[in-house]
Design a protein around this ligand. Structure first.
Ligand SMILES: [Zn+2]
Length: 259
């Protein structure tokens, strides 16, 4: 008699545990996914800049055209700035004119995860790093062929790793530039005759990435809110960033809000 009840109790417990576990019927409150790379805010703050932290860990959006990867020369891959996972590559990058790096697909389908984002009133699909859950940006269905998708990603959540060829070309270029500059310097110090013209042409232009010719992000999704949020992003500081970042904390990103 007793063993029978014991078995019954165990069976009931297991059944209950199974159905309350969540995934069985699929329609339970979404649980935050367990990621492979998990760190505390303090740990993230140690390895990230203030802005990178705000974007990846507080879901703040960088201002349009502010990111260093809106335009990228050469080929390479974009890694997650938090965990180093390879997320996107230049083969799928296109100029969306929105002011954010845009891709029509991730490096592989399982590199990014998607989740609903209602923080802005209208629902959007947020894109996060599958490994560490870093906020990357959003995905929209107005992208080019072949996918028709536009992964609108913050530069601050990425790290560009150029391929060997691109890297070699870049170092060659910098070398050439420096030798040219020293030559010019010699000329100007030697005799100051017509050094004017030489110097002016050789002036190192601060690599203006012609971002200006892109239409402002007007039509784009979140441009407006992004821009406003962004101000606070760059204005560093975040009240929600508990671990008291060294800088002066200001109001900003929504606290903790994991959606
Ligand atoms: Zn990551």
């Amino acid at each position: 008699m007793k063993p029978y009840f014991a078995c019954l109790a165990i069976a009931c417990t297991l059944t209950l545990a199974y159905f309350s576990g969540g995934s069985a019927d699929g329609k339970q409150a979404p649980q935050p996914k367990q990621r492979k790379v998990v760190k505390t805010d303090q740990e993230w703050l140690k390895q990230l800049s203030q802005d990178q932290f705000l974007v990846t860990r507080r879901k703040v959006t960088e201002p349009p055209f502010s990111g260093q990867y809106v335009h990228v020369k050469g080929k390479g891959v974009f890694e997650c700035v938090c965990c180093g996972a390879e997320l996107f590559n230049t083969a799928a990058k296109f100029d969306s004119g929105t002011g954010w790096p845009s891709f029509f697909r991730p490096a592989a389908a399982n590199r990014v995860d998607r989740q609903m984002d209602y923080s802005d009133g209208s629902p959007r699909i947020e894109v996060v790093c599958n490994e560490c859950g870093a906020h990357l940006g959003h995905v929209f269905d107005d992208g080019p062929a072949p996918t028709g998708l536009r992964f609108c990603i913050n530069s601050l959540s990425l790290k560009f790793v150029p391929d060997a060829k691109t890297k070699a070309a870049a170092t060659k270029k910098t070398k050439a530039k420096t030798t040219k500059n020293t030559k010019v310097a010699k000329n100007t110090t030697g005799k100051n005759a017509k050094s004017n013209s030489t110097a002016s042409t050789a002036q190192p232009t601060p690599k203006a990435e012609s971002a200006a010719n892109d239409a402002p992000a007007a039509g784009s999704d979140s441009a407006k809110t992004d821009a406003s949020k962004a101000e606070s992003a760059s204005a560093e500081g975040d009240s929600s960033a508990k671990p008291a970042p060294p800088a002066k904390a200001k109001k900003t990103a929504k606290p903790e809000g994991d959606e």
